[in-house]
Design a protein around this ligand. Structure first.
Ligand SMILES: Nc1ncnc2c1ncn2[C@@H]1O[C@H](COP(=O)(O)OP(=O)(O)OP(=O)(O)O)[C@@H](O)[C@H]1O
Ligand SMILES: [Mg+2]
Length: 366
């Protein structure tokens, strides 16, 4: 997937930007608050996903004083030249090859990207929900069926939680609860199965990237941590469902006491270790950055394998806190993809062969 033309107007501090990107590396450097992240954010929005920044209302994205933003790109994917257009204002509207889409989310799958931003560092340091979201968003891109399973699980969980509160006052509801337990266990089993398989693939890909970045000095280990404590067994899926169901039953009295489902796929975690140590407690800033980068580049590999099309890689402010050898590995490793990199220091990229370096100031490319 390669963008051959990009136009951004009235998006954040970008009044009017026109760019013919290089098909490999595109570096945007400049002082703070010039619009580098804004540029990357605009490209990311073309995937149909929400911004990777905390945005209260999408109206915030429109340039102060303007009525609407417009982001347009021509790109090559699925063997042909395509066009995408996004308008943001009162509403967000997307067009793909001049066809208005029902919703911007319909762009997913047509234009794909992976993004690293410093806000993703919380993938390492924050609680398990960020890591589950990372796994689930990868899986949603690989398999539309997964999104359905996930929303069915979430609905069943809401119903079960409501019943858990009522069961205290009418014990005959326990029979109804059992029906939800069976359905929830079946759905949890499907989710866990998909997540475990993804973690295996991530381990393989992120393992290679991480040891490359770290120059072979250290390795990353990823494992799926099931809150119900039932290891996934590929050979006997019905048996696995049964075990999850039994565990849920075992925890029933606690669930009734707290009025919520205390354990399940919604409480699981992705354990990330460096040399056997939990990265949540022990990773340095540079290591955390390397971990998130490895996960994101692994995601890009897995999406490429699943869709046959290599996502655009967006790296916002990735180079700071990486030492020279980590930076060099990264630059060499990502050259198969079209990459957009932002940074403050131009000096990091001296000697860049396959790409362009542009300075950004006050929302404009110089
Ligand atoms: N809706 C908007 N209209 C106009 N300007 C905006 C809007 N939203 C944000 N900005 C401005 O955009 C600028 C920030 O741009 P951006 O985050 O892209 O900077 P940056 O170049 O990535 O800086 P840093 O190096 O600090 O990360 C800020 O000055 C901010 O006020
Ligand atoms: Mg920035």
């Amino acid at each position: 997937m390669k963008i051959s033309r990009l136009c951004i107007s009235d998006f954040r501090n970008i009044r009017n930007l026109q760019l013919v990107p290089h098909e490999q590396v595109n570096i945007f450097f400049g002082a703070n608050a010039q619009g580098k992240t804004n540029l990357v954010e605009a490209v990311w929005l073309l995937t149909g996903a929400k911004s990777f920044r905390r945005v209260r209302s999408e109206k915030e994205l429109v340039r102060f004083g303007a009525c609407a933003s417009r982001i347009e790109a021509e790109f090559f994917a699925q063997g042909r030249q395509q066009e995408i257009r996004l308008e943001l204002g009162e509403k967000k509207t997307a067009w793909l090859n001049d066809i208005k889409q029902e919703a911007p989310s319909a762009l997913a799958g047509s234009f794909s990207a992976v993004v690293f931003s410093p806000s993703h560092l919380s993938l390492v340091s924050a609680g398990p929900s960020m890591r589950r979201r990372f796994l689930d968003s990868c899986l949603c891109q690989i398999s539309p069926k997964f999104l359905k399973t996930l929303s069915d699980y979430s609905r069943a969980l809401t119903q079960r939680n409501a019943l858990l509160k009522d069961v205290r006052y009418s014990a005959q509801l326990l029979d109804t609860l059992d029906v939800w337990d069976q359905s929830l266990a079946g759905l949890a089993a499907l989710i866990i199965k998909m997540r475990v398989k993804l973690v295996e693939q991530l381990q393989e890909e992120a393992g290679k990237v991480y040891s490359g970045i770290a120059n072979g000095h250290e390795g990353i280990q990823l494992s799926y941590q099931s809150s119900l404590g039932v290891p996934y067994t590929q050979e006997d899926f019905p048996g696995f469902c049964g075990q999850l169901y039994e565990k849920m039953k075992y925890h029933l009295s606690e669930d009734v006491k707290y009025g919520v489902t205390t354990l399940g796929a919604h409480r699981d975690d992705l354990l990330i270790q460096i040399e056997g140590r939990d990265s949540r407690s022990f990773a340095s800033q540079g290591q955390s950055r390397s971990i998130v980068l490895s996960l994101k580049l692994a995601e890009s590999e897995i999406l490429t394998r699943a869709s046959g099309s290599r996502p655009v890689v967006l790296l916002d402010d990735v180079m700071s806190e990486l030492d020279a050898s980590r930076r060099e590995y990264l630059l060499n490793h990502i050259q198969d993809s079209q990459v957009f990199i932002t940074c403050c220091e131009k000096a990091y990229f001296e000697g860049l062969k396959n790409g362009i370096i542009k300075e950004m100031a006050a929302g404009e490319l110089l």
